[in-house]
Design a protein around this ligand. Structure first.
Ligand SMILES: Cc1cc2nc3c(=O)[nH]c(=O)nc-3n(C[C@H](O)[C@H](O)[C@H](O)COP(=O)(O)OP(=O)(O)OC[C@H]3O[C@@H](n4cnc5c(N)ncnc54)[C@H](O)[C@@H]3O)c2cc1C
Length: 463
């Protein structure tokens, strides 16, 4: 029987997995392979929260394969070398891999193709595995990618998606494929205490529950910070324990304004991937430079550290930053206002913030993280690059009764009670009596909002 190697990367699932399906066609036996790539660790992407989630995903994938008569083969090292080694050990004549957008993934694909062809083996790369609509599938007439979301979304919505595939019934794995032990959560330190569990089973259960009882209200409630009414599917989409094609199909089938608004967000994910695939440098360099000369030096470093710790003295920002540390996940509205505060109110380089988010986010993703940071900083694809989100206005709008702030900054609850103030007063602790404020231990604001705004406008040459 001919042997194929299926290289799992950001597609850690058995349902709707085109590379696995193609490899199994013709009753071939397959080697389901995951390589823990040393270059990913060296580049600083192996954050503890994501390593823990990844360990859950690999364990679940292995269990799913064992139920089908197979098992997962895990190796560590350089992906290209390990894939070639496994292919040689098992006498595989072809390798299947999902296409991905980053410069690292594109380089890996080229190197792998070259190395396999030199040994007389074929590489098959599959689109629409890690995205619903692949980068490059829709383009404007004049250039290679869309730089504005709205027209992209119009084209994206008209694309016919392939039909989702069932999970295979059997996965025959040849004997010769030797595996290292599966990675585990044991021994990982620096994890968020309330980190979500990973794995395809978990992802599918979450998706089913979301479509049953969450998506319907999404259009109205997705921005309610305390309501926590978004899907929380982002880590599953990042690790590919859910297929974006399947998620879009199932959401469309569920129908209604909530599901429609949810599908629109999934299009944002593909949008950022097509930008990154066309402009890989946007992971690190301004997509559209505004000539910023960001603050740096000791005062900026102290401000950035207060931001990281959730001790800026602006409660809604601090609540968001504390949620990030505690859960390794953050509500989109929290990401937006915390990023705007760092890049605009404090006028600190978006890369400083993006790095901290990548250290903690379980869904931390080069395309989504870096390009959303650039969007907020005004160096990316936002058509209103100089907009500044006022933390206070955001707090009043998206946390009107202070419930979100009180969840993450509990010391302000006592302060508000002691002052006989309403719960909504927690958004402006500087108005509470000095005695109550200092007893709470909550810091004074590190920046005056009006001064921060004026500094930003001067820096961008707007005034
Ligand atoms: C500064 C900043 C950094 C971000 N970093 C990341 C990141 O590293 N990884 C990540 O997956 N998302 C990132 N986002 C986008 C967004 O905040 C998260 O995808 C979302 O909060 C995840 O929660 P959810 O799954 O409940 O989303 P839902 O609201 O339920 O949306 C469904 C899915 O749509 C996608 N999506 C939603 N909003 C966006 C968006 N603005 N851009 C791209 N895709 C989106 C996600 O895959 C999400 O799971 C970032 C946003 C900002 C402003």
């Amino acid at each position: 029987m001919n042997v194929s190697v299926v290289v799992f990367t950001s597609d850690l699932r058995l349902y709707d997995h085109p590379p696995l399906r193609a490899a199994l066609d013709g009753r071939r036996s397959v080697v389901p392979l995951f390589v823990r790539d040393a270059a990913v660790d060296r580049a600083g992407f192996a954050a503890p929260n994501r390593l823990a989630f990844l360990a859950d995903c690999l364990r679940d994938l292995d269990e799913g394969l064992r139920e089908r008569g197979g098992r997962l083969v895990v190796r560590s090292g350089d992906t290209v070398e390990e894939v070639c080694r496994v292919a040689a050990e098992t006498d595989a004549d072809e390798v299947h891999l999902a296409a991905e957008a980053s410069a690292f993934a594109q380089r890996r694909e080229r190197r792998l193709r070259h190395a396999l062809e030199a040994e007389g083996r074929r590489l098959h790369v599959h689109d629409a595995v890690t995205t619903a609509v692949p980068p490059g599938a829709v383009t404007p007439a004049s250039t290679d990618h869309f730089a504005v979301f709205t027209p992209y979304f119009r084209h994206w919505s008209r694309q016919a998606l392939r039909r989702p595939l069932a999970a295979p019934r059997a996965v025959p794995v040849p004997d010769g494929a030797v595996s290292e032990p599966l990675p585990s959560r044991d021994g990982l330190s620096g994890l968020s205490p309330a980190l979500a569990p990973g794995g395809e089973s978990e992802g599918r259960a979450r998706l089913a529950a979301w479509l049953r009882s969450g998506a319907e209200a999404y259009a109205d409630r997705h921005d309610d910070l305390a309501g926590d009414a978004t899907s929380r599917l982002s880590p599953h989409l990042h690790f590919g324990t859910l297929s974006p094609v399947e998620v879009v199909h199932r959401a469309r089938r569920a129908g209604g304004p909530g599901a429609e608004a949810f599908v629109r967000q999934l299009a944002w994910r593909d949008f950022h991937r097509q930008v990154l695939a066309a402009r890989p440098t946007a992971a690190h360099a301004d997509y559209r430079t505004r000539g910023d000369r960001w603050r740096w030096g000791p005062a900026a470093a102290a401000d950035a550290e207060a931001w990281r710790q959730g001790r800026t003295g602006h409660p809604i920002v601090d609540a968001a930053m504390r949620q990030l540390l505690h859960e390794g996940w953050l509500h989109n509205r929290g990401r937006l206002l915390a990023a705007s505060f760092l890049t605009k109110t404090l006028y600190i380089d978006w890369r400083v913030g993006a790095e901290h988010f990548l250290r903690w986010l379980v869904d931390g993703d080069l395309a989504n993280n870096q390009l959303n940071w650039q969007w907020v900083a005004g160096t990316g694809t936002d058509t209103r690059p100089h907009r500044v989100l006022s933390p206070l206005a955001q707090a009043r709008r998206y946390d009107p009764d202070g419930a979100y702030v009180l969840r993450w900054v509990p010391e302000l609850a006592d302060a508000a009670d002691a002052a006989g103030a309403t719960r909504a007063a927690v958004h402006e602790p500087w108005k509470l009596p000095e005695r109550v404020r200092s007893a709470s231990g909550y810091p004074d604001p590190i920046v005056d909002l009006a001064e921060g705004l004026a500094r930003f406008r001067r820096a961008r040459g707007l005034d």
